[in-house]
Design a binder for this molecule. Structure first.
Ligand code: UDP
Ligand code: MN
Length: 277
């Protein structure tokens, strides 16, 4: 029955979802996640942050809030430091899938499990969605007059790596090595992961259209089709908002639309009953 083993259902406990966050977003962003999708996906979720927070620790499952001691800056070194620890904790967890998301991401948990189900975690899989409409081009690290061009999955849309590929990436990514690669190619964490997959693994990104960052037009997602999408995000730049146009709670009580998305997916939850007409 060995050839059937990979078609076994993917469970929450097979997936390691790491949420990257930082002290200043514990209240404004992480609480919203805890009150929405994390309440469904709890068993899979680990938060990676840069400060101790006993209040948040009480709300998260024991040991699932990890203070990386990386610096609290939105800079390459700090972000690569966090990603490197996310990766190490995943490897240590023995789980089948590593999925990274930012703290402004909603994860449709049943949708994610259905997606992962379609791939063998022992194989080499890098699942995600680019935000650029062209491959990223950099100077080749060995022959500087040559170029290296590759697609990478935007961290803000979420991406997943199978255990199979992660184990092979370990010499380049594990034990803090990711930080040196980030410096070598001078790229942020998500681009550097894409670089390692392409350059050292000789593998390509598998594009998953249902992953969505706020770098794309979230208003284009059809509300009646929400359950077929896997991640959502939100953003505000000046007076313009980029959000999923889902009916539900009033805009002032749900500016990100995450509570409305959540109730769309789980209409029978107590907090959702009042939203139903
Ligand atoms: N972040 C971080 N340290 C910082 C700022 C941001 O770890 O100093 C994290 C943040 O929690 C989020 C991700 O980096 O998970 C992206 O940050 P944000 O959404 O603010 O910016 P974006 O890159 O999406 O514009
Ligand atoms: Mn963001």
């Amino acid at each position: 029955r060995d050839n059937f083993s990979h078609s076994r259902e993917v469970q929450l406990s097979d997936v390691f979802i790491s949420v990257k966050t930082t002290k200043k977003f514990h209240t404004s962003r992480v609480n919203l996640l805890l009150e929405t999708w994390v309440s469904i996906g709890r068993e899979a979720v680990h938060f990676f942050t840069d400060a101790n927070d006993s209040g948040l620790e009480r709300k998260v499952m024991a040991g699932r809030l990890i203070n990386t001691n990386c610096s609290a800056r939105h800079a390459r070194a700090a972000l690569c430091c966090k990603m490197s620890l996310e990766f190490d904790r995943f490897l240590a967890s023995k789980r089948k899938w590593f999925c990274h998301v930012d703290d402004d991401t909603y994860v449709n948990i049943p949708g994610l499990l259905r997606l992962l189900q379609q791939y063998n975690s022992n194989g080499d899989w890098y699942l995600g969605k680019p935000s650029l409409n062209h491959p990223l081009e950099i100077k080749d690290i060995e022959t500087p007059n040559k170029k290296t061009a590759f697609w990478f999955a935007t961290g803000g849309a979420g991406f997943c790596l199978s255990r199979g590929i992660a184990l092979k990436m370990m010499p380049f990514t594990g034990g803090g090595k990711l930080k040196s690669i980030c410096e070598k190619v001078r790229l942020p964490d998500d681009c550097s992961i894409g670089f390692i997959v392409y350059y050292y693994m000789n593998k390509e990104l598998t594009v998953i259209p249902g992953f969505h960052s706020h770098l794309e037009g979230l208003w284009l997602i059809q509300p009646r089709d929400l359950e077929n999408h896997i991640t959502f995000s939100y953003a505000r730049t000046g007076n313009t908002v980029n959000i999923v146009r889902v009916p539900g709670f009033p805009r002032d009580s749900d500016p990100t639309r995450f509570r409305s998305i959540h109730c769309h997916l789980y209409p029978n939850l107590p907090q959702c009953v009042k939203m139903k007409q």
